[in-house]
Design a protein. Structure first.
Length: 127
């Protein structure tokens, strides 16, 4: 069985490693990036199915990175992560993703969001 490739992008290394640990255990192929620039490089060299993307990175914002990732592969799904609960609606209005989770994120919330985003991607891609 082929497992989805997931790119986790956050400038907080602990969050990246926490997400990676959880997703690795579920069998996903998890890539890591700690900046927007690194995320674009990773996605250029390795196709990814899903990107878990912090909205505020040290070098840029998630909406800019998401647009670049969508240019590389329009089929890539994006889940935004933010530490600001009041930013959720603003992020959703970018129309770059239907999924925004607010930190701190619990393990079950991460898993559920990833599975939902990937299942929506499969439906969208197969149509």
């Amino acid at each position: 069985m082929d497992y989805a490739s997931i790119l986790v992008v956050d400038d907080d290394e602990m969050i990246v490693y926490f997400f990676k640990m959880i997703l690795d255990e579920l069998g996903y192929n998890v890539l890591e990036a700690f900046s927007g620039e690194d995320a674009v490089k990773q996605a250029t060299s390795t196709p990814v199915d899903l990107v878990i993307l912090d909205y505020k990175l040290s070098d840029t914002t998630g909406d800019i990175v998401a647009k670049q990732l969508k240019e590389i592969n329009p089929k890539t799904s994006v889940v935004f992560v933010t530490g600001y609960s009041d930013a959720k609606d603003r992020i959703l209005r970018t129309n770059l993703s239907h999924h925004v989770v607010v930190k701190p994120i619990k393990e079950n919330e991460l898993i559920e969001t990833v599975e939902t985003a990937l299942s929506e991607r499969a439906i969208t891609v197969s149509v």
